[in-house]
Structures are given as structure tokens and as C-alpha cells.
Design a protein around this ligand. Structure first.
Ligand code: GRF
Length: 189
């Protein structure tokens, strides 16, 4: 599959896909990495691995149009939102329905939707006294974190957990694994 990865931050999820492509766990290729943040480290990761990296400025006119044109020009088969913190435009959803996936650091539908992103997800999980947490890879539809689940994996929550400790456990033990596994499933579909 020709994959475009959309990032807004450090891109550790992107890195897990890059590594899986390079060690041939995945047969796909990442044709572009796109960010709405000029300083997203994910763009650096792309450049290090000689993957075309694009910053599209959300403050300028036509952000959504530019993004869609970029994907179409690159003949992208699968769009992966990996730590991408912007709501996806309805035209993009329509153009890529069933071919756009997102990873969210909770067991959706719990702790998903507007306002639940980054460390706030894990703060809410701890505040709710959950005994387990995890992450979900799902298809993206018009809602926020509401599309059909592809893969989900749990981790235990410990009494001694802080939001940071839980975030790191979910990120390293779950997110980086299930995102690659989900793409592998789609390769075989
Ligand atoms: C991760 O928790 C991811 O689940 C969320 O954004 C966070 C940062 O991801 N969507 P990354 O390190 O930028 O891939």
C-alpha cells in the first residue's frame, strides 16, 4: 500500500511504521509524511529516512484542499493519522472512506472524542479508577474517534501510576504494536 502518515507531534507512531517498513514486517511504502505543525519532530523523522515531508500551514487559505491534492498526487492508498491533532475535513473522509485510520490511546469508546487527546486521556483514565487501559486503531469517519474499530489492545493500570507512566506504557506496549499490526491486516485485506 502507498501510505501517507499525518502527524502533529513527535511521531513515535510514525517511527514504528518506518521501522516496520525497513525491516520488511510491512510490504507497504510511506510515500509522504504531512504535518499541520512546522516544527513537528515527525517531519524530521521522515527526512532522516528520505521520505518526502510536507508542512501545510493551517493558517493559510485552502489547507484541506492542499492536503487532499497532496494525497491524490501521491496516489495514496491509505491515510494514517498518527498523533495528528486536527479534525479531518468531510471532503477528505468522503474521498478516503474506509482508507483512513487513526490511533487513539484509550479503549474506545471510553475516553474518546473532543477534548480527549494526549496526556488528558490518561489523566481521565486514572481519575475514573480504571483497572486497565490501552489503545485503539479505528477507521476514521465524520465523528471524533468514532469509526469502526480495527484493533484494540489492553495494558494494566497500577495504583502507583501517574498519567505519564500510563501514557508511556500505552505508547510503547500497545500503540507502536497495534498500528503496525492494523496496517499489516489492511495489506492482506
Ligand atoms: C500518542 O499518544 C497517540 O496515540 C496520540 O498522539 C500521541 C503522540 O503520538 N494520537 P506520536 O508520538 O506523535 O506518534
Amino acid at each position: 500500500l502507498r501510505i501517507a502518515v499525518l502527524v502533529s507531534g513527535s511521531g513515535s507512531n510514525l517511527q514504528s511504521i518506518i521501522d516496520a517498513v525497513e525491516n520488511h514486517t510491512l510490504t507497504s511504502q510511506i510515500v509522504s509524511v504531512i504535518s499541520n505543525k512546522e516544527d513537528a519532530f515527525g517531519l524530521e523523522r521522515a527526512k532522516t529516512h528520505h521520505i518526502p515531508a510536507y508542512f501545510i500551514n493551517p493558517k493559510e487559505e485552502g489547507y484541506d484542499e492542499k492536503l487532499l491534492v497532496r494525497l491524490q498526487e501521491d496516489q495514496v492508498d491509505l491515510v494514517v493519522l498518527a498523533g495528528y491533532l486536527k479534525i479531518v475535513d468531510a471532503n477528505l473522509i468522503k474521498a478516503y472512506r474506509g482508507r483512513i485510520i487513526n490511533i487513539h490511546p484509550s479503549l474506545l469508546p471510553k475516553f474518546g472524542g473532543k477534548g480527549y487527546y494526549g496526556i488528558r486521556v490518561h489523566e481521565a483514565v486514572l481519575a475514573a479508577g480504571e483497572s486497565e487501559s490501552g489503545a485503539t486503531v479505528h477507521f476514521v469517519d465524520e465523528g471524533v474517534d468514532t469509526g469502526k474499530t480495527i484493533l484494540q489492545k489492553t495494558v494494566p493500570v497500577y495504583e502507583t501510576d501517574t498519567p505519564q507512566l500510563l501514557q508511556q506504557r500505552v505508547l510503547h506496549e500497545v500503540e507502536h504494536k497495534i498500528l503496525v499490526e492494523a496496517i499489516k491486516k489492511l495489506e492482506e485485506a
